[in-house]
Structures are given as C-alpha cells and as structure tokens.
Design a protein around this ligand. Structure first.
Ligand SMILES: NC(=O)c1ccc[n+]([C@@H]2O[C@H](COP(=O)([O-])OP(=O)(O)OC[C@H]3O[C@@H](n4cnc5c(N)ncnc54)[C@H](O)[C@@H]3O)[C@@H](O)[C@H]2O)c1
Length: 455
C-alpha cells in the first residue's frame, strides 16, 4: 500500500517507520522543513529506543521517504494518517489549528479517481471525525470518494516502537466497511503478528499470537482514547492519594501498592506513587475531556480531582525540602532527571519544570543532571536559571539536598558512598521511590520518599 503520514513527531515518525517495515511505501510529511532535512539524513529528532536503527533500515531500503511538500504523495496514497500535535489551549480545549490545516491540505490534494482513507491518529475531541469528514467532503465538492477513520494511538514514549508493533489492541472507528477493509489490510502484519524481527525492536513476546482489533464507530474510538488516559492518570493520582495517607499513618505505599496490585481486578501497572504524571498527553487530554463534558453541561468530579491531586503532588517536593532544610533561600539543591519519564527527552508538562521553578522562587540554587534531556531543556527553557551538570555526582556536589525527579536506571545504581562524600548534607528526597529506605539510611542519608515511613 502507499501511505502518507502527516506530522513527524513521536507518533508520526514511529508509525511511518513501523509501517514501512511491513513493506508499505510510506511518505512522511512535516511542515517543518528543517525536521524533514534532518530526517532525510537519518538524523532522528527524538530520543526513542531503536528509532535510529529502524529509520535507517527503512530509508536505506527505499520504503520510508521524507518530504516537505505533501503532493504528489497525498494524491497517490491509499491511506493518509494525520499525526500532528494537538496541544492544549488555555481554556483546556485542544488547539486543532494544525489538525484542520492538515485536513484542508489533504482535501485539496485527494485524487477523485482513487479511494483514499484519511486516518486520525492525533488525539482530538469527541466528534472531530465528523468535522474532518465535512471539510474533506466540501473540498471534494460533495463527492465522497474517501473514507474517514479514527484510529487512536496508545503508544508510550520510551517504549514507542514496541507498543506499535506489539500493541494490546488496535481501535478503528470507521465511517464505512470499505475503510475498515483498507485499515485491516494496513495493519494485517500487526494483527496477525506475521512479521519477522525488525531492526531496533526486540523480538515478539512468546505469548503474543494475534492482536485484538476493535472495529467501532468513530465517536466510540475517539472516546476510547480519552477514557484510557483518564483511567491511567486517575490510577496514578489515586495511588498518590493513598501514599499521602500512608505517610501520615506510618505505612509504606510501595508495600501497599504491591498488595493491592496483585488483585487481578486492579493490576500492578500505574500503581507507583511519586511526584505524579506529566508528558504531552495526560494533562492535555484530561483538560480536553473536562472541557468537552462542560460543553454538555456536565462536571466530571473524579477527572477534575485527578488533575488537582497531580498538581499538589509536584508542589509537595518543595514542601518536603522545606520540612527537611528550613528556608530554601541560598540552599543548593541537586535535581536528578528532567524528562517527564525515563528513556525519552520529552519535557512537555514535565514535573521537573514545576519543581525547579518552585525552588528558584524560594531562592534556592539549582543544579540539574539528566542523561538525555539537558539540551532540550536549555533550548526550550532558557528562562530557567539553573546549572547543567554532566553527571549525577556533579549535580550532587556541594548540595544541601538531592531530589530524584525521573527514575532513570543510572540513578538506581549510584555509588551511595561517593554521593555522600560529595554532598554538603546527605539529604535525599526520592520523588520516585527508587531507593530502599533502610539501606540508604544505613549509609548515613536523611531520606524522604513518597508515601513511606520517615524512620
Ligand atoms: N507523544 C505521545 O506519546 C502520544 C501518544 C498517543 C497519542 N498522541 C497524540 O498524537 C498526536 C501527535 O503527538 P506527538 O507527540 O507525535 O506530537 P509532536 O508535537 O511531537 O509532533 C507533531 C508534528 O506535527 C507537525 N505538524 C504540525 N502541523 C502540521 C501540519 N499542518 N502539516 C504537517 N505537519 C504538521 C509538527 O511540525 C511536529 O513535527 C497528538 O494529538 C497527541 O496527543 C501522542
């Protein structure tokens, strides 16, 4: 099949590279010419495990092409996938300007002689599919030689390639059976797990024989995406609330969540207490569904509470530091981790940014280290008056306290003796509960985790 993918962010690039591996010819278009020029040179703009190998292999085989002009690719495509960003506006509503500008561009280019399916992978408010269909329809002069499919994306940054080729399910919300057939063919290698080993992606897990395909209406598909993110974000906020109670009653949330998560009705995933969720999706998607519900005169209390708990959890770190150190003015605080989670350099809605701003407001001196996200942070946040250090030990040197913000693997393996030796005061606030309290206290640290007893 011939595929076009619009928008070369995490979702678009991963989707394009994976589909190219299955033998589809994939044209990747982005409105940012600099991004396209780097991709043509096989320079991958995001940090994502295996991405470079997969992109290189598919560019070399000629299956994956990058272009800054969507024509003629759109015109000859069987499927056009929209994966542009839909960031939140101040009102909570997503900004759909990029999405609709891509839609109009597609509408202008479709070949009336060819049936093309336009697929929405961007996360868009419930009901957007019908606006998409009507824009395309009006540009085609009412001639509907196209199909519209809502195909929400569930990949996790840091595991994006794995999630794309071995997903838990694929959801297709289609306007017609003809479109379903096209999209079923598009994803057949994933549904039937019929592909061999792919560059940059570990081999298939033994249990996976077939991937569930959910075929439904576009409105259900759009709603499934929001419902999934609401569940996941709320689960984290809920365990953080439990953690806050644990701290007060002297219980350890890591033990409590294990005891709870082994109940198969609950499950162990997304039950790690910490400084809360971040990233490009949860915050904006919860704001978006709150906004949608509001338009229909409904206020979803649990979703609102999940957001509030998350905000409070970030502020808690500064309060914990004040409890331990008193006035933070002039104190040196080392921050380990900037990205919103490990194995990515994505800083969108990263808790680190709020924590650092909170510390700077209190007059603290902030030193930071992240294995991959420092260049992005310097570029995106020149306003942050922090010192960037090239190692965890350098960030800890002479610090009054060290805060674990992102659970990068290398932080788990820090040499605690060396760490204690370089710090002004051996104080650790562990926002991700990566250390064993007893062991770290034995090394002479004052240790504060999330939802864990103080002694
Ligand atoms: N990142 C994730 O983990 C994730 C997971 C699931 C769903 N999503 C959703 O997928 C969508 C894309 O997310 P992302 O993180 O990949 O976004 P991103 O911001 O990383 O990338 C978007 C890309 O689209 C390009 N673009 C914007 N308007 C364009 C246009 N009109 N024509 C061509 N290119 C255009 C931008 O230049 C940018 O390169 C969003 O709606 C997001 O909510 C993201």
């Amino acid at each position: 099949m011939i595929i076009s993918v619009v928008g070369m962010g995490y979702v678009g690039l991963v989707t394009g590279a994976c589909l190219a591996s299955f033998g589809h010819k994939v044209f990747c278009y982005d409105r940012d010419p600099a991004k396209i020029e780097s991709l043509k040179k096989k320079i991958v703009p995001v940090y994502e495990k295996g991405m470079k190998e997969l992109v290189e292999a598919n560019v070399d085989s000629g299956q994956l092409l990058f272009t800054s002009s969507p024509n003629p690719a759109f015109r000859i495509s069987d499927v056009i996938i929209i994966a542009v960003g839909t960031p939140a506006l101040k009102t909570g509503e997503p900004d759909l300007s990029s999405f609709f500008s891509a839609t109009r561009q597609i509408g202008e280019s479709l070949d009336p002689e060819r049936f093309t399916v336009v697929v929405t992978k961007s996360t868009v408010p419930v009901g957007t599919w019908s606006k998409l269909a009507s824009i395309l329809g009006s540009q085609r002069g009412g001639h509907s030689h196209f199909g519209v499919v809502s195909n929400p994306e569930f990949l996790r940054e840091g595991n994006a390639l794995w999630d794309t080729v071995y997903p838990d399910r694929i959801v297709i919300g289609a306007c017609c059976q003809r479109s379903v057939k096209v999209i079923r063919d598009l994803y057949r290698p994933i549904i039937e797990q019929s592909f061999g080993n792919l560059p940059g992606i570990p081999p298939r897990p033994g249990h996976l024989k077939r991937v569930e395909l959910i075929v439904t209406t576009p409105v259900n598909a759009e709603m499934i995406k929001y419902a999934a993110n609401v569940f996941l974000a709320t689960k984290i906020s809920l365990i953080n609330e439990i953690a806050n109670i644990c701290e007060r009653v002297g219980a350890d949330v890591t033990v409590v969540s294990r005891g709870v998560g082994l109940d198969h009705r609950i499950g162990p995933e997304f039950l790690k207490a910490g400084i809360g969720w971040g990233g490009s999706c949860f915050g904006k998607d919860l704001a978006s569904i709150l906004h949608t519900a509001g338009k229909y005169g409904y206020f979803p209390q649990i979703i609102d509470a999940a957001v509030q708990v998350n905000t409070r959890q970030r502020q808690k770190i500064v309060l914990d530091l004040e409890d331990l150190l008193g006035d933070l003015g002039g104190r040196t605080i080392g921050i380990l981790g900037l990205s919103f989670k490990p194995n990515t350099n994505d800083l969108r809605d990263a808790p680190s940014l709020d924590i650092i701003s909170g510390l700077l407001e209190k007059g603290a001196v902030v030193k930071v280290y992240d294995p991959v996200a420092m260049d992005e942070c310097k570029r995106q946040h020149p306003e942050l008056t922090v010192t960037y250090e090239y190692s965890a030990i350098k960030a800890a040197s002479n610090a009054d306290a060290l805060v674990i913000v992102t659970e990068w693997e290398e932080f788990r393996n820090l040499d605690l003796k060396q760490l204690k030796g370089v710090m002004k005061q051996a104080v650790i606030v562990d926002g991700r509960n990566i250390f064993a309290p007893r062991a770290i206290r034995k090394e002479g640290f004052i240790y504060k985790g999330i939802g864990r007893p103080d002694k």
